[in-house]
Design a protein. Sequence first.
Length: 208
Amino acid sequence: MTKQERAGKTRRLLMEAAALEFAGRGYAGTTLQGISAIANTTIGALTFHFSVKSALADAVCEHGCDVTRETVLRAELRGLPPLETVGGITRALAQLLEGTHVVRAAARLSRERPGLHPEWYDSWMPAVRRLLAQARREGSLRADQDTETIAVLVGCLAAGLEATATPLCAPPATRSWEAHSQVDEVWRVVNAGIEPPPAATDVSGEAG
């Protein structure tokens, strides 16, 4: 293994360890010593790649945002109706928050230190707003529903998912409810309030 390959491997191990710690302990509870111990490397090796904790948090946030953006793009490329796609994005976010340390770390760091790291919400909220605007143009929303209010509702749901999702390192007995398994039911309730009622039909079966 070359020196460059070893450096790349060490950086990846540090990123993985940092994501685990930031996800479980938050920014204040995470230490460089703890990260280096989990990565099985020295403080010197850590500070060679990341001179301060905030630089490591930035890198973790950026990676978590990249993973989220890729997931959102895959959901959009499925070509489903816009409201279904928003529901799919919400489910995907729940699964990422429960099962991917770097995404949970990015979400938690964005919440704990707003404006100091790449914002996790910026990695998916623009797509939600764009899809809701498309749904409005296509007549998939009730006339009295405001798209920004729905976007805020989705943001609140994501915040709740982040708050209740437990890192994978937690013992099974202490893990919280599996949020992603509940999202379908939550989204069904949301849809009932934002979708227009079905068109009335006359006795001949044609729309009235």
